[in-house]
Design a protein. Structure first.
Length: 90
C-alpha cells in the first residue's frame, strides 16, 4: 500500500457521509468568518463576501439558470426558519 492509497482511504472514511462533509465545510467557513470578524472586518461585509463567493462558485459549477432556480426557493426557506440558528423545534 502506498502513502497515497493510505491518504485516500483516510479521506474516504473521514467524509463518508454528505452530512459529515457539510458539517466539516460549515466548520471551515465558520472559522474563517470568526477570524475575519476578529480582524475587524464588518459583519455585513463578511456576509456579502460569503454570499458572493458561494453564488459565484455555484454559477461556475452549475450555470446561471440552475442557481437562479435555487435562489427562487430561498425566501420560503428563510421564512420557514431553515437558516435561523436559534430557532425552537417542536
Amino acid at each position: 500500500m502506498t502513502n497515497d492509497d493510505y491518504t485516500d482511504m483516510a479521506a474516504d472514511t473521514q467524509y463518508q457521509e454528505d452530512d459529515d462533509i457539510r458539517r466539516a465545510a460549515l466548520g471551515f467557513i465558520s472559522d474563517a468568518w470568526a477570524e475575519a470578524i476578529a480582524c475587524g472586518v464588518d459583519t455585513d461585509a463578511v456576509a456579502h463576501a460569503a454570499m458572493f463567493t458561494a453564488l459565484a462558485d455555484l454559477v461556475s459549477t452549475y450555470g446561471e439558470e440552475a442557481v437562479a432556480k435555487l435562489a427562487e426557493g430561498l425566501p420560503e426557506r428563510i421564512l420557514r426558519g431553515d437558516y435561523s440558528v436559534n430557532r425552537v423545534l417542536q
